[in-house]
Design a protein around this ligand. Structure first.
Ligand SMILES: Nc1ncnc2c1ncn2[C@@H]1O[C@H](COP(=O)(O)OP(=O)(O)O)[C@@H](O)[C@H]1O
Ligand SMILES: [Mg+2]
Length: 271
């Protein structure tokens, strides 16, 4: 009777992502660090925007979380722990598992143009469907239903689901990418400049989808942006990167709107 109900127990914030003393050097960089001693913890359910000018290390940081940087033979030191698993020392099986929990959204829309919209979304279930089944177009009915729902969720009308992806606008292609990521039931969404190629109205529409998913499903989301206006509008916590270093990390409530651009990007006439 006296036992505390679970809701009264103190909430222990276990970070879903924990990055410690983490540095990255690309082989062609002659020792210059793309990331320089990054320390960062992201808690379950956060919506974080990473801001910084081009070349500051935003993509390298996101790509390190699921070891995509390895494709560029980057040398990584320090530690990255995702959901309790040591990413840098993960076996290939563990890495596949890590990647299956992370929905990655790129600036380039990454849809297969010749395939129908629905099939593009269904490939989000690939790790569960199996490669050969997908080659023969054998997808489970259940997954088809989920794909339709996921597309409707990001605002793509059911009437269009069997159209080819090539008929879509940039904003719609990006929404298909988000719908596909959702099919993975990700624990973490990483989006690398997802709206950089879109006009301002469409960019806001897409950013609102990320916001909605984060608020309604509590999926932890990290978005790289270079636009300060969108950064301030959508980030609940904003992290600033400069020349590979993490130079700024504040919740939106603690940010001074008047100085935040200068704090993160520096003064235009400096440097
Ligand atoms: N594949 C790569 N090979 C070599 N250098 C790279 C590669 N990707 C990025 N870099 C370098 O690493 C640094 C950080 O780049 P990046 O992470 O792409 O920054 P951002 O996403 O903020 O533009 C830059 O100096 C960039 O030139
Ligand atoms: Mg980048």
């Amino acid at each position: 009777m006296n036992a505390l109900s679970p809701s009264l127990l103190p909430v222990m914030a276990t970070p879903i992502l924990s990055i410690k003393n983490f540095s990255v050097v690309y082989p062609s960089a002659r020792g210059v660090k793309a990331l320089d001693n990054i320390n960062l913890e992201i808690n379950q359910g956060e919506l974080v925007v990473i801001a910084g000018v081009s070349g500051s290390g935003k993509s390298t940081l996101l790509r390190s979380v699921n070891r995509l940087t390895e494709n560029d033979r980057a040398q990584m030191t320090g530690s990255v722990v995702f959901d309790g698993t040591d990413v840098l020392n993960a076996s290939s099986k563990q890495l596949r598992q890590i990647r299956s929990h992370i929905g990655f959204i790129f600036q380039e829309y990454n849809v297969v143009e010749r395939l129908p919209i629905l099939t593009n979304v269904l490939t989000g279930t690939l790790s569960k469907t199996g490669f050969w089944a997908s080659q023969f177009g054998i997808f489970k009915e259940e997954n088809k239903t989920l794909s339709h729902q996921s597309l409707v969720r990001v605002g793509i009308d059911q009437k269009r689901h069997s159209d080819r992806a090539s008929n879509l606008s940039g904003g719609q292609k990006q929404r298909v990418g988000i719908a596909r990521a959702l099919l993975q039931k990700p624990r973490l969404i990483l989006a690398d400049e997802p709206v950089a190629s879109l006009d301002p109205i469409t960019a806001n529409l897409v950013m609102n989808i990320f916001k909605k998913i984060n608020e309604e499903e509590g999926i932890t989301t990290i978005i790289n942006l270079h636009d300060p206006v969108l950064t301030f509008k959508y980030g609940r916590r904003i992290i600033g990167m400069k020349q590979g270093k993490l130079i700024y990390d504040k919740p939106i409530e603690a940010i001074n709107r008047a100085t935040f651009e200068e704090d993160i990007y520096g003064r235009p006439d400096a440097e």
